[in-house]
Every structure is written in structure tokens, then in C-alpha cells.
Design a protein around this ligand. Structure first.
Ligand code: SAM
Length: 279
């Protein structure tokens, strides 16, 4: 009993320290972003951001071998909660989604209920959401991932990760990994060519988080949605850490005119939140 109490106490203290660390990192990042907006030490801050991005990719590269083997053997449960947990923690978080676990789990339950045959994801980054989309889509689905190398809000992914992401698809699925700027008309034309007349059942918008950026993605790709399809959009609540994330402004406009649903774990969390728009 004594040992159990001590272990729980240790676990609680570890969680508090981990949360404090996350809070400190978020505060430092917020301050650096603010300095950059004010034009202070821009070169240095960009160099730190680039170094940080490359360090994370190096860590992912070291863990990619284990992840690749697990993907090849399809050594993961098919239950939504376990799949989310897999992406969050497996192989040092090599494919960790930039999401709240509860929120992305709720979205995936809706995806599974729909059994979409066509999914388009704009904004893939470390691949966590793409992996989850593949596992929750129909066995013969076509999934298109669109990401811009060094794009805003995440920085895309290096080319070597393509081989890893290609293993996300179930045997009967077709996965396209497109590296392009979603805002260009020619990118939409390329997506339409891949769709071959089919409509999109689930469209995920999680790329450029500026007001103009998210609006452009919505305006360009929502006309390709099937009548019974839905659009999911990330970071819909006001972000108190980063004023450059403006999705909430566009989301508030959509809420006033469209049929919407919000998946927000805790409105006090100060960021994240998934919005769903249905026709
Ligand atoms: C927040 S991350 C995506 C996170 C991912 N959905 C997840 O939850 O794990 C945003 C991604 O969008 C990409 N991006 C930003 N602007 C883009 C654009 N104009 N076209 C395509 N991708 C873009 C970035 O490169 C980045 O990888």
C-alpha cells in the first residue's frame, strides 16, 4: 500500500513537472514569435526555429526504423483510442499528431462511422493524422495528403518520410503524397485529376493557419465535397499562445452560416479544437 501511494505520488509529481516544462516552452516560443513580429533578432530566431525543426527530424529518423517495422507488420490495434495512443507515444512520437488526443479520437469516430472512400488532408506534417485517416477510412479508400515543404505552422516533412508514410495505407487503399502549395489553382487542378470525377467525403484543413490561408483552402476545396461529406478544420478556438493562428476568425464566420459541430476537449485549454462543417 505504502509503495503504491509512493508510486502514485511520484507519478503525479512527474506529470506536474512535465506540464510545467511544456508551459515554459510554450511561453518561450510565444515570446520569440512576438520578437520576430516586432522585427527583433529575426535572423537568429529563424535559425533557432530551423535548428529545432532539423533536430526533431533527426530524432524521428532515429525512431523511423522501429515505426516502419510496426507499420509493415500492421502491429497495432484497430480501436480508435488505441490507434490515437499509438500515434502519440509509439517510437518516441515519430508520427505524433499535433492534436489533442480526445479531439482527434472523436473526429476519427465520426470518420469511421462514415467509411469515407475519398479523403483529402491539407497539412500532414509528422503524419499522425494521415495515419489515423487511413486506418479509419474504407478499405478501398483513396487518400490524398497535401503538404508544402517548410510551410507555415508545422514546416512540412522531409522527403525521406515519404517511404514511411506510404506504409500507412491499408492493402486495398491508394495513398497519394503531394508536396505542393494548396493555395495555387494548379494544385487544385492536380487534386481534381487524382479524384477522376469523384467527390471528397472527408476534407481536413490543417495547413496555413492565417485567416487568408484557411479561407483560401476552404474556398478552393470545399466545392469538391460530396453532398453528404464533411469538412474538419483544426485550431478553431482562439489561440492564446500565438496570435498568428487566426483560424478562429474564419471559424466564427462559418458558424454563423453553416451547420457546424465543435470538438473541444476543454475550452480553457487556450488552443487547438476541431470544427466540423456539414452541408
Ligand atoms: C499544423 S501542421 C499539420 C498537422 C497534422 N495535420 C497533424 O495534426 O499531425 C500544418 C502543415 O501544413 C503545411 N502547410 C502550411 N501551409 C501550406 C500550404 N499553403 N500548402 C500546403 N501545406 C501547407 C505545413 O507545411 C505543415 O506541415
Amino acid at each position: 500500500m505504502f509503495h503504491e501511494d509512493a508510486a502514485n505520488d511520484y507519478d503525479n509529481r512527474r506529470k506536474i513537472v512535465a506540464n510545467l516544462e511544456l508551459h515554459m516552452i510554450a511561453t518561450i516560443k510565444t515570446q520569440l514569435r512576438q520578437m520576430r513580429r516586432e522585427g527583433k533578432a529575426v535572423g537568429l530566431i529563424n535559425a533557432i526555429a530551423y535548428g529545432n525543426y532539423q533536430m526533431k527530424n533527426l530524432k524521428d529518423w532515429m525512431n523511423a526504423g522501429t515505426m516502419k517495422k510496426l507499420l509493415e507488420r500492421r502491429a497495432f490495434s484497430q480501436e480508435t483510442d488505441k490507434l490515437v495512443q499509438f500515434t502519440m507515444t509509439e517510437s518516441g512520437g515519430a508520427i505524433r499528431p499535433l492534436q489533442n488526443p480526445w479531439e482527434i479520437g472523436e473526429l476519427m469516430k465520426r470518420v469511421r462511422a462514415k467509411q469515407p472512400r475519398v479523403i483529402v488532408e491539407i497539412g500532414t506534417a509528422k503524419g499522425g493524422t494521415l495515419f489515423l485517416f487511413c486506418q479509419h477510412a474504407a478499405d478501398d479508400a483513396t487518400i490524398i495528403s497535401l503538404d508544402l515543404p517548410f510551410g507555415r505552422n508545422g514546416g512540412g516533412y522531409p522527403k525521406w518520410k515519404e517511404k514511411l508514410y506510404a506504409k500507412f495505407a491499408k492493402p486495398g487503399q491508394t495513398l497519394h503524397l503531394m508536396r505542393a502549395n494548396s493555395h495555387l489553382d494548379e494544385t487544385r487542378t492536380r487534386i481534381e485529376a487524382l479524384l477522376k470525377g469523384r467527390k471528397i467525403d472527408v476534407l481536413m484543413i490543417d495547413a496555413d493557419h492565417s485567416y487568408e490561408g484557411v479561407k483560401r483552402d476552404y474556398d478552393l476545396y470545399s466545392p469538391l465535397l460530396a453532398d453528404d461529406g464533411f469538412i474538419a478544420m483544426h485550431d478553431v478556438i482562439l489561440n492564446r499562445f500565438d496570435p498568428e493562428i487566426e483560424v478562429h476568425r474564419f471559424w466564427d464566420e462559418l458558424k454563423a452560416t453553416e451547420k457546424t459541430e465543435e470538438l473541444v476537449h476543454d475550452y480553457g485549454q487556450g488552443n487547438l479544437g476541431i470544427g466540423i462543417v456539414r452541408r
